[in-house]
Write a protein that binds this ligand. Sequence first.
Ligand code: SAM
Length: 237
Amino acid sequence: VKKEARAAAPRNATQESAIRRSWEMNAAAWTDAVRSGALESRRVATDDAIVRTVLSRRPARVLDAGCGEGWLARRLAVENCDVVGFDGSAPLIERARRDGGAVFHVMSYAEFVHEPKNVGVGFDVVVFNFSLLGRDVAPTLAAARRVVAGDGRLLIQTLHPLSAADGAYVDGWRQESFTSLQGQWAPMPWYYRTIGSWVREIRAAGWQVEQCDEPIDPASGRVLSLIWLAALSDTQR
Ligand SMILES: C[S@@+](CC[C@H](N)C(=O)[O-])C[C@H]1O[C@@H](n2cnc3c(N)ncnc32)[C@H](O)[C@@H]1O
C-alpha cells in the first residue's frame, strides 16, 4: 500500500500540471466553443442554472474561481454584481480582460491556496463553474472559506457523476479529448468523483452542504450537471 501511495503522489502532480497546460493550449478553441454556443448542455440548461443559483443569493460581490474566458463574470456584472475572476490560464485571462465586465487575475489554485486574500475578501458567493478538475480540491475549497463573508456561500457546478460515469462509478483520473467539438484540442486529464466523494471533499474543507441541484436536458430528461451549494460549517463562522 505504501509503495502505491508513493507512486500516486508524482502521478497526481503530473496530472495537475497537465490540466493547467491543456487550458493554455486550448484557450482559443475553448473561447470559440463557449462564445459560439457550441456546448449544447450549457446552452440548454447549465449556464442558466448556475446564473440563477448565484443570483438566488442576491450577492453584491462574487468570486468566479477558474473563470476561463469570463462569460459568467460578465453575465453577473450585468446583474449589478461586483465580480472578481481568476484562472490559471494566462491566455484565457487575456481574453477575459479584453471583454471586461470584471476584474480578472491570472492565478493558479496553488497560488490561491497560498495567499487567498490576493483576490480580495468579503465575497457573498464563491463560484466554481466546471472548474474543479483535479484530485485534491479540499485545499482550494478551504482557501475559498478565507475570502467569503460570514454568511457567504460556496457554489460548485460539475459534471453529474451519473451521466459521466461511463460504466465505472468510482473515483479516478480520466481523460477528456473534446472529440464532439470542432477545432484542435489538447487532451485534458480530469478527476472523476462520485457524489459521496464530493460531499467528503466539501466537508473536509470546512463547508456544509445545504443544497444540491441537478439540471436536466429539457428535451431528453437526461441529467446534465450537479450544483452544490454550501455554507460555512458552524465551527468556521
Ligand atoms: C471547463 S473550464 C471552465 C471555465 C469557466 N468557469 C466557464 O464556466 O466557462 C475549466 C477552467 O478551470 C481552470 N483551471 C483548472 N485547473 C486550474 C488550476 N489548478 N488553477 C487555476 N485554474 C484552473 C482552467 O484554466 C479553465 O479555465
